[in-house]
Design a protein around this ligand. Structure first.
Ligand SMILES: [Zn+2]
Ligand SMILES: [Zn+2]
Length: 329
C-alpha cells in the first residue's frame, strides 16, 4: 500500500502543504512592510543623529560593539548581547552599525533578537538582513529574501517585529498559526484526522483574511482559494509533494532541536541570575548579622567598661573612707 492510501497520513501531507500555501500568501506582504520598516529605521537614525546613515561593510558579529553602555544593556538577556563580551569589539568606525544595533533591539517585541541569522555588514543596504534579526530560531543565515524564508520564519518575523505586528488586526491568529506549524512539523505520528485538518486550514485562512491589510492582498486571496480547495479534497497530492513535505519535516525537526537548545540557554541564564541573586542575598544577610553581632559586642564592652568604672570608684571611695578613718584615729 502506498503511503498516500493511508487517509491520516495523506491528511498530514495536506496539513504540511497548507503551510506552503500560507507562506505564499504572506511573503510579499511581509517583504513590503519589512522594506518600509528598514527605511523607517534609517530615518530614525537620521532623526537621532542629525546626519544620514553611512554604508558600512567593516562590522561583523564578531567585532561590533553596540551603542548602549554595558552597564545599561537594553537587550532582554545580556548574555546574548554583543556588549556582554567586549573583547575584540569596537564601535562602528562609520558611526552606523552600533546605533543601528540598538534600533533593532528596540524594534523587537521582546528585545530579544537572534543575531546568528544576520550579518551587520548588510544592515545598511539590505532590508532582509534587518528582518533576519526578528526570526525566532537560528538556521536562516542563508535565506536572504522573504521568498526563501519558510512560513515559520515569516510568522516569527511578523510577531517579533513591533512594526510588522502593528499591521495586523489580530496577532493572536498568527501566534496560533505558528503553534499549528510546530504541531504539524514536529508530529511524530505523521497522522492528522479530518476534523483537525479543517481546523488547521481554517486558522490559516483567518491569518490570510486579517482585516487590517492582508485581506486585500492578491497573494493572500489566492492562498485562501488554494486552502479552501485543499480542505475540500480538490487538490491532487503527488509523490513529489510527499517527498517535499517529508524533507520539510526533517529540517523542522533539526530546527526544533535548535529551539530546545535556545530555550535551554535561556533557562540556564535565568538559573545563573537566580544563583547570583541567592548568593548576594546570603552575603547581605550574613553581613547584616555580623554588623548586629559587632554592635552587640561593642555595647557589651561599653557596659563592661562602665561597670568596671563603678567598681573602681567603689574601691577609691573605700580607700578614701579608709583614709578618713585613719585621720579620725
Ligand atoms: Zn547589551
Ligand atoms: Zn559598521
Amino acid at each position: 500500500m502506498s503511503d498516500l492510501e493511508d487517509p491520516l497520513y495523506k491528511n498530514w501531507v495536506r496539513s504540511a502543504l497548507s503551510l506552503k500555501y500560507l507562506k505564499h500568501g504572506i511573503h510579499s506582504f511581509v517583504d513590503r512592510i519589512a522594506k518600509q520598516h528598514h527605511k523607517d529605521l534609517l530615518f530614525g537614525y537620521r532623526k537621532d543623529t542629525g546626519c544620514a546613515a553611512k554604508s558600512c561593510c567593516e562590522c561583523t558579529s564578531e567585532n561590533l560593539l553596540p551603542d548602549h553602555p554595558r552597564n545599561g544593556c537594553i537587550q532582554k538577556f545580556r548574555s546574548k548581547c554583543f556588549c556582554n563580551n567586549t573583547g575584540g569589539r569596537r564601535k562602528c568606525p562609520n558611526h552606523f552599525c552600533s546605533r543601528f544595533y540598538d534600533l533593532i533591539v528596540r524594534a523587537h517585541d521582546e528585545r530579544n533578537p537572534i543575531w546568528a541569522n544576520t550579518d551587520p555588514a548588510r544592515w545598511f543596504g539590505d532590508h532582509w538582513a534587518t528582518s533576519q534579526c526578528f526570526l525566532g530560531t537560528t538556521g536562516y543565515s542563508d535565506k536572504h529574501t522573504a521568498v526563501e524564508t519558510d512560513a515559520s520564519g515569516l510568522l516569527s518575523i511578523i510577531l517579533n517585529n513591533i512594526e510588522l505586528r502593528s499591521h495586523l488586526d489580530c496577532p493572536d491568529n498568527v501566534s496560533k498559526a505558528r503553534d499549528i506549524r510546530n504541531e504539524i512539523m514536529h508530529s511524530t505520528s505523521f497522522e492528522v484526522d479530518d476534523e483537525k485538518l479543517c481546523w488547521y486550514v481554517d486558522q490559516m485562512i483567518l491569518v490570510l483574511q486579517d482585516k487590517k491589510e492582508l485581506i486585500n492582498e492578491e497573494a493572500a486571496k489566492n492562498a485562501v482559494v488554494n486552502l479552501t480547495k485543499l480542505k475540500r479534497n480538490q487538490i491532487y497530492i503527488s509523490e513529489e509533494d510527499v517527498s517535499e513535505m517529508r524533507r520539510g519535516a526533517l529540517s523542522a525537526a533539526q530546527d526544533g532541536i535548535k529551539h530546545i537548545e535556545k530555550k535551554t540557554d535561556e533557562v540556564m541564564h535565568r538559573i545563573e541570575v537566580k544563583r547570583k541573586q541567592v548568593h548576594e542575598d546570603i552575603d547581605a544577610h550574613f553581613a547584616k548579622k555580623m554588623r548586629e553581632q559587632d554592635k552587640q559586642m561593642d555595647d557589651k564592652n561599653i557596659q563592661t567598661v562602665d561597670e568596671s568604672d563603678v567598681d573602681n570608684e567603689a574601691v577609691e571611695l573605700t580607700a578614701e573612707e579608709k583614709g578618713k578613718r585613719v585621720e579620725q584615729i
